[in-house]
Design a protein around this ligand. Structure first.
Ligand SMILES: O=C(O)CCC(=O)C(=O)O
Ligand SMILES: [Fe+2]
Length: 466
């Protein structure tokens, strides 16, 4: 017997056995398991990760003051057939006040799977019975042996499309799962229809929206309105303006026509097609904790350069839709009006120059997404020298946005960016350091979710002029 004694040991052992079994039947090179079970103490136990060589179990997960903590049990089988195991503590900081309970917390940000060769990753979910009182949901992530996607490595992906291996147990588990988990299952079902021809490309199509059967009643109940004291608006610093809910206040009569809903629909369509969302990486192989799509011109995070085609699959970015450009111009007029009221300058463009955007970078952050402090300084020297602004639209879950004069999160100011907010930084604020430190789960407006089925997470669009 490979491991014995504790529940953790048994679960780890089980994941290794399953890994081997699935591997034999489906010719898999790679597999990982995520086990979610409710232990006798009522706390959620999660097992992310594992392959045919290793398994990791995060157990006793619990919400404390400002994060999640628990124990990690790790075991692996080396090439020499020897087994190793260790136990350690882990902690995931959640800087926003926890909006979830022990019983129903969102997927942890963990590296489920990674492989030196990479490949397509599928998921299926099943439920197994470990004996009295021990029902366990397992998410099995698999990697097909002959996948042409040899450059694609998913490091943390709570939203990747699932395998066509959907089975009876999954349906059973679906019926019994909590509404949060049911959404997850539905997503698995949809992914069954996944067209394998997409896999011929290096980039797997990513849909920022879920399917129709999502349970919004539950989400509305859960909706957590932030009561933070750092919600600010107006002029944040010279050349930096925050227009609160600007993309949601226009259409009171017909909520379906709200600009933020239009933005999601357009981004969904463009994001699924060629040149759509992908998860970019840095030079050192690390992945950005977001999905990205560029419009107008492509921006490459590795070379930090703009180009006509992107490196990852040679696709050309779509053009920036005229609706988006109009929204940018309207936002700029609003910002100029605010500046005019606030200052005595004769020409507001001296403080916030106008732009004619030819680049739009669209980011989708899942609820564990973030972006470190950085400056946007890859546009042309002309654009940067003139201080032509970056215009940023936020849609979906709210985000904690940091900004400051240095790349130091401790010295940065923070502001809550909510769905519909427009943030503009140009003029003398054009080189401000900025980043996203966290996304607040369940904070997106119900009307937006009902009309778009946007996944949990946040959509951000930044317009610039090269
Ligand atoms: O998501 C955001 O609010 C910021 C995005 C950003 O800074 C960027 O794309 O350069
Ligand atoms: Fe930026």
């Amino acid at each position: 017997m490979f491991l014995h004694g504790t529940t953790e040991a048994n679960l780890c052992r089980l994941s290794l056995i399953l890994a081997k079994r699935v591997s034999r039947h489906n010719h898999l090179r790679f597999l990982s398991l995520e086990i979610m079970s409710t232990g006798q103490n009522g706390k959620v136990e999660t097992t992310p990760s594992g392959s045919n060589a290793s398994a990791r179990l995060l157990s006793d997960s619990h919400v404390d003051g400002n994060g999640l903590s628990g124990n990690e049990f790790y075991s692996s089988r080396g090439k020499n057939g020897r087994n190793r195991s260790r136990m350690s503590k882990w902690k995931v900081h959640q800087s926003a006040s926890p909006s979830f309970s022990n019983e129903d917390f969102p997927p942890l940000d963990v590296n489920l799977v990674s492989s030196s060769k990479g490949g397509h990753i599928d998921k299926m979910k099943t439920r197994i019975d470990l004996g009295p009182g021990q029902k366990t949901d397992i998410i099995v992530s698999t990697q097909l042996e002959d996948s042409p996607l040899s450059n694609y490595v998913s490091q943390h992906d709570d939203s990747s499309p699932s395998a066509p291996l959907f089975n009876k147990e999954m349906k059973h588990a679906h019926a019994n799962a909590s509404p949060y988990k049911r959404n997850y299952f539905k997503h698995e079902l949809d992914a069954k229809k996944w067209d394998s021809s997409h896999r011929l490309h290096n980039v797997e199509p990513f849909d920022i929206c879920l399917s129709r059967r999502r349970n919004f009643r539950m989400e509305k109940e859960n909706e957590c309105r932030q009561t933070v004291d750092w919600t600010r608006e107006g002029i944040l610093r010279p050349g930096m303006v925050l227009l609160k809910h600007y993309l949601t206040i226009r259409e009171q009569v017909n909520p379906g026509a709200l600009p933020s809903i239009l933005i999601v629909r357009i981004c969904q369509e463009l994001g699924k097609g060629p040149g759509g969302f992908y998860q970019p990486g840095y030079n050192d192989g690390a992945k950005l904790r977001l999905r990205m799509m560029c419009l107008g011109l492509d921006w490459d995070p590795q070379t930090r350069k703009y180009g006509k085609k992107r490196q990852v699959d040679g696709c050309e970015p779509s053009v920036i839709p005229s609706e988006f450009k109009q929204l940018v111009q309207r936002s700029m007029s609003e910002a100029h009006a605010l500046i005019k009221m606030d200052s005595k300058v004769s020409n507001v463009e001296d403080i916030l120059p106008a732009l004619s955007p030819d680049i739009c970078i669209v980011n989708f952050y899942n609820t564990s997404g973030r972006l470190g402090l950085h400056q946007d300084r890859d546009e042309s020297r002309y654009s940067l020298k003139k201080g032509l602004p970056v215009v940023s639209f936020s849609v979906g879950d709210s985000a904690e946005f940091l900004y400051g004069d240095e790349r130091d999160a401790n010295k940065a100011e923070k502001v809550l960016l909510e769905s519909g907010d427009v943030l503009i930084f140009g003029g003398e604020s054009r080189h401000v350091f900025h980043g996203v430190s966290s996304i607040n789960p369940n904070s997106a407006p119900g009307a937006l979710l009902e009309n778009t089925m946007l996944r949990p997470g946040r959509l951000n669009l930044t317009f610039r002029q090269y």
